[in-house]
Design a protein around this ligand. Sequence first.
Ligand code: S3P
Length: 757
Amino acid sequence: MSKQSNPIEQTSSPTPLLNKVVIVGLGLIGGSLAAALKQRGACNEVIGIARRKETTLTALKMGIVDRASADIADFAGELGAGDVVFIAVPTLTVASVLKDLKAALGRDVVITDGASVKGSVRDDVIKLYGEFPEQVVLGHPIAGSEQSGVEASNPDLYVNHRVILTPMPENSVAAVALVGAMWEQVGAEVLAMDVDDHDLVLGATSHLPHVIAFSLVDTLAHDSHNQNIFRYAAGGFRDFTRIASSDAIMWRDIMLANKKSVLEAIDLFSTNLARLRTAIAEEDATTITGVFTRAKAARDRFTKMLMNQAYVKTMQDNQEKHIVYTVAPGGTVKGNIRVPGDKSISHRSIMLGSLAEGVTKIEGFLEGEDALATLQAFRDMGVVIEGPEHGSVTVNGVGLHGLEKPSGALYMGNSGTSMRLLSGILAGQKFATELTGDVSLSKRPMNRVANPLREMGAVVDTAEQGRPPLLINGGSKLKGIHYDMPMASAQVKSCLLLAGLYAEGETSVTEPAPTRDHTERMLRGFGYDVNREGNTIRVKPGGKLTATNIDIPADISSATFFLVAAAIAPGSDITLTHVGINPTRIGVINILRLMGANITLSNEREVGGEPVADIRLQYAPLKGIQIPEDQVPLAIDEFPALLVAAACAEGTTVLTGAEELRVKETDRIQAMADGLKNLGIQCEPTEDGIVVHGGQLTGGSVESCHDHRIAMSFTIAALRATGPVVVNNCANVSTSFPNFVDLAKEVGINLEVNIVN
Ligand code: S3P
C-alpha cells in the first residue's frame, strides 16, 4: 500500500489538559476509552451517553463513567473549552448524533469520532454545518475486536494501538492537539492521514477481509453439503473466520459508508480469485505455486514484523530496535562448522535462475536479508520461486524476456549487490522500475552503474549525487559498449555484463584488477558464452540461459570471522567446511598466511563450477605486515575482520589501495578506526586505508554503524580483549549471516544478545 500515514507533529507547547470527556455510545470502543481515561486519571470527569438505560447503568456500575444519561442536552450547559465529545456510534449513526451536538454545544467544545470510515462522516459534517467547523476532528482508533458491548470495555484496548486522525485544513491546531493528547493519554500512537487515503487503505486491509469472512461463513453455513462444517472445522477455518463474529450492523454500515473503496477492493480480489480458479481448473501448478509462495512470503514477513509487538506496530519500529551484543573477554575457538551459503553466488543464482528457461534447483542458498531481497524482487516481477526451505530454492525461470512489471518499487534493503546487479537486468526490460533501499543503501554511490548504463542507452534517474532511489526507465534500446572500469568492482562488472545480454552488439568490460568472477562462471553454467581475455570480459546478446542445478558453497566472507577468531585466540583450532575458495575470493587466506597464520586446505573439489575446500586454522602468533595491494580486491569484504587480526598482531599492519572500503555498507575504514581506538588500539586511518599498531585490546563499547561485518568483527575481537566488548546496532548481521550468534556460541565465543528499544 503506497499510502503513508504520518505521525502527528508534536507541538512545542505542553500537553493540552483535558477537562471533561463526554463519550456518546458506550459500546466496546466508547466504553474502552471511558475505562482507559478513568483508570489513568487522564481527565477530570468522564460522562457517558447511551440510548439504552441499561447501558448507562452498567457503565456506572462498572465505574468507567462518572455520570451518564441518554441525552447530551443534560450536560450541554456545563461543557466548554478543554472538553471533548467523542462519538462512538456506528458510522451511519454519526450524522444524527452530530445534529444533536450541533444544537446543544458551543464552538469551544471539541468533537471527535471513532467511525471506521471517514469520507462519509466528513460529508455529513459539511452537510450539517455548511462548511467544515474548526472544532470537529475526525479520527479512527484501529483497535476493534470481535467482542462488542459495554461489558467488553477494556482499559488497555488502545495501548500500543494506532489512532489515525484525519484532520481537515479547517481544523484548529489546538483542537487536533487536544484530541491527539486524549488518545496518547490512553497509550495509543497517534498518526495523521488524509481522509480519502484512510478510506482506501482501510477498504483494502480491513473492510475487504470482513466482507470475505462474513460471506465465506454465510456460504458454508447455508450449503447443505457442509451441514457439519462447524463440527469438523479445524484451526484454519476458525482463524480465518474469527472476524465474522464482529458486530453485524456496525460492519453493514461500514460497507455502505465506504462503498466506493470496498467495491474496488472486492473487484480486485474477485479478478484474482477467478484467475486462481482457472489455474486450479487447468491444473496449472506453476501459477498456483506462484500465488501461494508469494502469499506465504508476504504473510511470513508480516508475522516477523508482528513478533514482539502489538499488531499495529510497523517495520520501521523494528528497525529502530537496537540489537546489542555483549561479548565476554577471552577464550578459544574450537570445532568443525559450516557457515551459510555464499552471498554473492546466492544473489546470482536467483537472478540467472529467473532469467533462464526451465526450472533451476538451488541448494545452500543464503537465507540472509540481502539475498532474500533479491529473491523477493524477482517474485515481485512475476517469477515463481519455491522456498527457501533449509537452503533449497526452486526457481521457475521465465526466460530473458519473461519478467513482468512489478506493482511498486523494488525494495533492496541493505543490499548493494541486489541494487547494482538488478539495475543491469532492468535496463534491458520493456518496463520502468524503481529501486529503493534502507538508510545505509540510500547513501551509497549508484552512478558507478548508472553512468555506464546511460552510455549503453539506458535512461536512469537517481537522487542527488547518484544516490538511490534509482529509476530505470525500461524500454530503451541498449547498445553494447566497451567499459574501462575506474574501480575494481565485481558489482559494476556484473551489472554491465547482465545489461549486455540485452544490448545490440558486444559488451566488454576491463577491470583494473581481478574481481570476483561468479557472474561469468554462472553465466557459463547456464550455457551462456562469456569470453575473457586478460582483464577484459565480453558477452554478446542473442543467447539464452538454460536452467541448471546450483550447489552454493559456504561463504568465505562469513568463514573469515571464525578464521580470524582462531587466528587471534591462543589454543584455537577450527575447521570450516565446504567453503568456496574461488581464486578471486581468497585474499583473506593469503593475507592471514602472510601474517603467520597456520592454515591448511583439504578436501579440495569443484562444486557446480566453483572450487570448494575445508579450511583449518590452528592458532599461531600473528605479525604485522604491509598488505599487498593486489590482494585488496580479493579480500575486499574481509578487511573489518582482518583489521582485528592486525590489532592482535605483533608490529604494524599497513593497508593501502582500499579506498573502496569507504563506500561499503558504512565507511569501513572510519568505523574500524573508531572502534579499535575505543578498544585501546592505536591506529591511523588514511584516505585509502589504515595503519594499525598491534597491541592489547581492552574492553569497551563500539558502534557497528549498522554494518553487519563491522558488528561481527568486533564480536570476535573480544577473544583477545581484557574486558567485555559491547557491540551496538547488530541487527544487520542477519543480512549476510543469520545464524552467526549460534555458530559463535557453538565454537566457544561467550556472547549475549540484548534488544534495546
Ligand atoms: C560483491 C562485490 C563487492 C563486495 C560485495 C559483493 C558482489 O562489491 O564488496 O559484498 O557480489 O559482486 P564491489 O563490486 O562494490 O567491490
